[in-house]
Design a protein around this ligand. Structure first.
Ligand code: ADP
Length: 396
């Protein structure tokens, strides 16, 4: 009795041990498979992070792997099936047996390749779907959205980065346009309220009071001139922004333009001394009208910002195959902080000071556009209360 229970115990122990061995072996195998898959994932991540795999390469590798696996399994299946059924068939039916097995396995193989292949393609091209969705969602009011570029390095990442770069530029330009519109509206509001004020004054007192009548008419005239000037400047900038600004280049003698400007400024301003030390004779290829406009902007500024009695020197010469035009004044000068911004649209240094001089803050922005359109350069040197030098360099 004792020995029977002893045998039973021994057998149950053996089974227990066997169960534990099988259980832990399975666990171990499962763990090893998991570890292997994890390791493969890490290698894939590391490779994708450090190397660039093109989409074509990925698709090729994925399909080579897929075909290889399917063909391997098919071959094994064909051999096993042929071996299994061979006893039931006489030798003259072997060809028929092999044909049937091949047909069945080929059909299974094709279905497997279609199913797995479409899944693989979908996975590889999934970023295109998500990119399309994001692009569809980006509207004019949502220009701050960007495509996700955190994925692996391939052509799609390049495309996403290029698209994001384009969005950066569009966003910047839209913001610039919005700023311009709001600044322009703000600038136009002032002369309109002045005109409204004087029109009201005229309506109320103008008929009886001669002094009010004269003052209002002269104020209205001057505001109309200011407004006309501002609108001309705005139109110029709008033409440049929309790409419709026409540059009509021709060959002409620059000294003639400089002489014309000197004559005109001498005629309209007798409070400053105009000096011309150099006006060399040479021909330049540029838009005569626009270039004259640019030089006039510098001259007008020198007149505006140089107290009466001061001098303004306009020179023109050639140096290192470059045409140089310099405008130098003995005026109020520009501080270092303002120098960084004077070419920005609507920027006025010390706003109160320049507004009473009728400045719009657009002159230098326009002059810079003209010079830029001629592949030229503008340099400025200035010292507060001493004067300013603007030097234009143009290819000649
Ligand atoms: P604005 O119409 O106000 O003159 P600009 O764009 O021509 O506008 O000039 C921008 C600012 O640069 C001016 O407001 C003025 O403060 C400064 N500036 C330009 N030229 C001179 C100069 N020759 N001397 C002193 N300040 C100048």
């Amino acid at each position: 009795m004792k020995s029977k229970s002893g045998i039973f115990k021994a057998v149950s122990k053996i089974f227990h041990i066997l169960f534990l061995v099988i259980f832990y072996s399975f666990k171990m195998v499962g763990f090893l498979i998991k570890a292997f898959i994890h390791l493969l994932g890490l290698i894939k991540k590391g490779l994708e992070h450090n190397f660039r795999f093109s989409l074509t390469f990925r698709i090729t590798i994925a399909y080579v792997f897929l075909f290889f696996t399917v063909f391997l399994l098919m071959s094994v299946g064909i051999i096993i099936s042929f071996n299994y059924f061979i006893q039931d068939y006489p030798p003259e039916d072997y060809i028929f047996l092999l044909g049937t097995i091949l047909l069945v396995f080929n059909l299974i193989g094709i279905i497997a390749i279609i199913l797995i292949g479409s899944g693989v393609s979908r996975r590889l091209l999934a970023p295109i779907k998500s990119m399309t969705k994001t692009v569809q969602e980006i509207s004019f009011n949502q220009l701050n959205r960007r495509l996700d570029v955190s994925g692996s390095k391939n052509e799609l990442k390049d495309l996403a980065q290029t698209f994001n770069g384009m969005l950066d530029r569009i966003q910047e330009s839209v913001e610039q346009q919005n700023r311009f519109i709001s600044d322009a509206s703000h600038e136009l509001r002032t002369p309109i309220s002045v005109i409204q004020g004087y029109a009201n004054l005229l309506a109320r007192w103008g008929k009886d009071d001669e002094k009010v009548l004269e003052e209002s008419i002269s104020a209205l005239q001057s505001e109309a001139v200011n407004m006309n000037h501002l609108i001309e400047e705005l139109l110029f900038l709008a033409r440049e922004d929309s790409g419709t600004l026409k540059i009509n280049k021709e060959d002409f003698r620059l000294c003639e333009v400089i002489n014309e400007i000197l004559q005109e400024t001498n005629m309209i301003d007798s409070t400053h001394q105009f000096i011309n030390e150099k006006n060399e004779e040479f021909t330049i290829n540029a838009d005569r009208k626009l270039l004259k406009e640019a030089v006039r902007i510098f001259m007008d500024n020198s007149i505006k910002y140089t107290p009466a009695g001061g001098s303004i020197t306009l020179n023109c010469y050639r140096k290192n195959k470059k045409a140089i035009i310099s405008v130098e004044d003995t005026g109020v000068g520009i501080s270092k902080e303002d120098l960084l911004n004077i070419f920005t649209r609507f920027y006025r240094a010390e706003k109160s000071r320049t507004k009473e001089k009728g400045g719009t803050g657009l002159g230098l922005a326009i002059a810079k556009l003209i010079i830029d359109n001629h592949n030229g350069k503008i340099n400025v040197w200035s010292e507060v209360n001493k004067g300013t030098i603007f030097r234009i360099e143009l290819p000649s």
